[in-house]
Write a new protein. Structure first.
Length: 202
């Protein structure tokens, strides 16, 4: 089940805004020298984070096709953006740093089987004290509401997101949201936001 942005010149504004928001929060919460991006797709977000924060980025995705687009479009960043082609559930420990200043995962959790979602939070908590992740908010945009996105396995409620963070070891979460793809500015809270972003810390 795949839904990917494959054109680096045609990226939705709300997707770009999430990474810009992550840069802002990471600079507030930590010294973002080393960042991990789980489920990075073609790597545009990793490039944004490197450009904005001058960070070293490890980005992770199992898609060879997405990696090929990264190589074609963003090869000039290779010294600072390390693209790892691997399934996050089958990672060899040597492929990642022992710890990161922050972990992000956008446009990913809704695309994987629900029984793997907790593993994303667990990996983030194992590697960092800061995790920023997104999902469509099931309370605002139910997954089964037509038109159903066939590429999504599940939309999560804020309660489910918080529970996965708690189970992984995060002690706090602040929620933010975006109204929709057209009104995409990130704002605090959850009211009326089709897309939610959780900022998890410990």
């Amino acid at each position: 089940m795949v839904e990917r942005i494959m054109d680096p010149n045609n990226i939705r504004a709300d997707h770009l805004e999430r990474y810009n928001f992550a840069c802002k929060k990471l600079k507030e919460l930590t010294t973002p020298n080393n960042i991990l991006d789980i489920g990075c797709g073609i790597g545009y977000g990793a490039v944004i984070m490197h450009n904005v924060m001058s960070s070293q980025i490890d980005c992770l995705d199992k898609s060879k096709e997405a990696h090929n687009v990264f190589e074609e479009s963003f090869s000039h960043t290779k010294e600072k953006v390390n693209y790892i082609v691997e399934d996050f559930t089958k990672l060899e420990p040597r492929l990642l740093r022992p710890a990161y200043d922050g972990v992000v995962s956008f446009e990913f959790i809704e695309h994987i089987p629900p029984d793997l979602a907790q593993s994303v939070f667990d990996l983030a908590a194992k590697k960092s004290k800061v995790f920023i992740a997104s999902s469509p908010n099931e309370r605002v945009r139910p997954h089964q509401l037509p038109p159903v996105n066939e590429f999504h396995y599940k939309h999560y409620t804020p309660e489910e997101f918080k529970e996965m963070g708690t189970q992984a070891g995060f002690t706090d979460v602040d929620f933010y949201c975006q109204t929709n793809g057209a009104v995409y500015q990130v704002r605090p809270g959850l009211e009326g936001g089709k897309f939610m972003i959780g900022v998890f810390t410990k």
